[in-house]
Design a protein around this ligand. Sequence first.
Ligand code: AMP
Ligand code: GLY
Length: 414
Amino acid sequence: MKILILGNGGREHAIAWKIAQSPKCTRLQVAPGNAGTKEIAENLALDPMDVSAVVKHCKDNQVDLVVVGPEAPLVAGVVDRLEAEGIRAFGPKQAAAELEGSKSFSKRFMERHFIPTAGYSEVASQAEAREQLKDMQLPVVLKADGLAAGKGVYICLTEADVAEALDDLFVKERFGEAGKLVVIEEFMEGTEASLLCFCDGKHLYPMESAKDHKRIFDHDLGPNTGGMGCVSPNPEVTDRWMKMIEREILFPIELGFAAEPWEFKGILFIGLMLTGDGPKVLEFNVRMGDPETQSVLPRLKSDLVELIEKTIDGKLRKSDFKWDRKVCVSVVAASKGYPLTSTKGCLIEGVESCGELVFHAGTKSEDGKLFTNGGRVLAVSALGSTLDKAYEKAYKAMDAIQFEGKQIRRDIGK
Ligand code: AMP
Ligand code: GLY
């Protein structure tokens, strides 16, 4: 099969690495990819958001399957367009991708189907927001409705935070169209967990759980990032929690999917808060997570291409999933200035000889040398029979990788 992956992050490198191991894959392309995908696939100068160009490339080159990494092309309807041309694509169609494309759509879906989540209201102006907030206690959470590249969420602990968020959203209009509607949520206390599920249109098949470390500094301090590391399984998700998640979250989602006019096929990423009142949904994403994928796929023993084909055909079974019991720790290295800015063009050394899996994100290769090319540069993923062993291996390898201004957290998985 000729397979094309859309995207250029660590997630897409991990997907490419896994797909390249499948005997079903005869040719692998990544658009646009990074220096890591270039080693195992053919990188294409193709913008995943240029849907017409993607469709044309697939037709001209007889691509058999397109795997969509990021959310933006899904929300833009790339799967609808590919399928209309008879090209198989992995990911939900536009109508279902609204679960990530619009917070309001996703909250309404949860409300309709009794899926536990934070209480919420929707507002379209500063005055409406003030009116709603009168009856609410701090902290509150304000969210731009549309896609905001992970930056549209404001956790407001004080009145000053609320004023700043409202100014950003309604006066500065920082998120343009995506911030015209704002969702105000109750603040939930608890522990976060990520659960990525395959969905074949009928049933959800959760992958192994994961824990994303979102803040830039150790002990969860400093600003939020795209993810500074991950561990799978999530040490907090015990069997007892998993049973509650199945009963209280996954089952109602399946019933909800059955009742909606659209169909969900692809990956549903459930961001969970494990609270004193049970598990609750923080958010839905309609694609794999980054950096969750870099910790989860190294533990998947099954053939990813087979799972993807069965998802598209609506034929998944629980027995299709085989997992490695080992723990995977993934540590991200970011460039100087991240998350506010990033530094490009710094020489990266030690990747080849570090001894563990390295998934590239913001990297570029020139004349056989590797350079930084973005905020999150790469991630080391290491498997170990215990969390401590995986941790030791991941950090030993990460310490062997050097570039100027390298930022890492020292407490991933801890
Ligand atoms: P989201 O993009 O909706 O997942 O929000 C990003 C992050 O903000 C989450 O991972 C949580 O850490 C935090 N967050 C979002 N909504 C809430 C909420 N209602 N209560 C507490 N924290 C939240
Ligand atoms: N790790 C969070 C996300 O992929 O959205």
